[in-house]
Design a protein. Sequence first.
Length: 576
Amino acid sequence: MDFEKNRESNSLDQTFSAMLEKPAGEIPKTPPPSAASELTPAPAPQISELRFRQFCEINRQIFQKHELEEILERVIDAAIELTGAERGFVLFKSEAKGEGPLAGFEIKTARGLNQRSLHHEEFKFSMSAVRQAVEEGRALLTSDALSDSRLQSKQSIVLYQIKSILVVPLESEGETTGAIYLDHRYHPGCFNDESVTLLTAFAVQAGLALQKAKRVAVLQRSNHELSAEVKSLNHELAQVRDKLRYGYEEIVGKSPAMMQVFQHLDHVIETGIPVWILGESGTGKELIARALHFHSPRKEGPFVTENCSAIPETLLESELFGHKKGAFTHADRDRVGLFEQANQGTLFLDEVADMSLAMQAKLLRVLQEGEVRPVGSNKKIKVDVRLVTASNRDLEKLSAEGKFRQDLFYRINGMTIALPPLRERKEDIPLLVHSIIQKIARDFKLKVGEVNEDAFRVMMNYSWPGNIRQLESVIRNAMLFSKGKTITPEVLSITKAMKASPQGRTPAPNSDEETPASEKDQEKQMIMDALRRNKLKKKLAAEDLGVSLRSLYFRMEKYGIPKTKPVLAKFLGLKD
């Protein structure tokens, strides 16, 4: 006879609660059902508290396991333990072709049965019972097979003297994908309504555990494939870099665009000529400058850096050339300038395009004469410095527009190294992510987590307006939220931005190319939302967006977003 399966786990919980509320003495005495009749749905039988606790403990043990094979072994053992069955097996749907009742199914684990008996001619009825339960999505119960008029003609029932059979389907994500089969050859009535209720509830939990194990297996396989890919990429990178004079191990990349950068470095690294690095914010311009210094003959000398956009114009001259005590208000002591600090080494000036024309003239004089004069001093100091400059704007175009001195441009541009934005070297993303994860784990004492295939797909489809700096910010936040577990798209801060854009793209920062109006609106809205979230604090908003503060100011000016707090608050519809 058949027993209708309860599909909802909430209903199962209510059923168990109702059973436990009734005193043990009130168990209804019902006659055993006729083996030859179809089972009609009946009230769930009472289950003792002891049995219920046994059921809960078994489920707890199963959910502690992660390997599919371990869970399957525990499932069949638990099913036999809960019902008192003699034998049993668990099977799933399979892509393998075959004939007979087992076609399309694969037995994963069994107790009291071997492969020969499972495929033997006399066991066909049991397989038919399994298929019927799976196709109908209902439990099948036969309390005495020898007395069941439906089964008396089956050879397996007579030859094997099977007395009791119970089959319960297994579900995964709303689809019946297999079944638990149990029988007993010597005990008629081994299974009853309580057995059906317990095994049906257990099958729901087992299905969830198996579903989890399958997902873990898929993730492990994906992670293994990704690790193998990263290993292969590293091997390819090593082979390609063998052809270079230097390894540039601190710079991650193997894309054709980055290989061209390395080749340019090879040509200029041992010379003393000045180098100009052109690249968007966050592309790694300082890394290139460091490579120029630490692989050069000047590597024993100092490496000094400064961002020209971070220093007020009135202080930049003093910062670069130094000053004497009393040269201006608050100059209470002598100061050694950056050029003098970098003597016999390398000076890296970032965002040099932000210098005023007057300051550019003073810098040009120092480069021409090879000496500096501190502010408030009449004495000139000889300096031997290799100058490396960088900007996210095209100096050649600015000089043509009269916004940058052409003679200074020629002086600092002994060679141009153009860094590609991350969106133009996406084949480097797996290598960069692996390197960033290791660095963040080391610097912030965070657990190393794997990145699943879907998360990589999201990162490969994103345009990365903040480039590598933004990628590092996204990975750091993802590691904080995932706490050592697998990084999925849900913990990537760019997922929301991609959903807001039909093409999953954001316009590139500081680009001279015309950006479509729809993308301009999206980026403007993203900036406004970040400012609202961070209560008008621009530094926090820049970190939220994964861009530099300078880049945020540039975009705010580009889109007409006010910078002063009271006006900005009114513009965003907020209270100051």
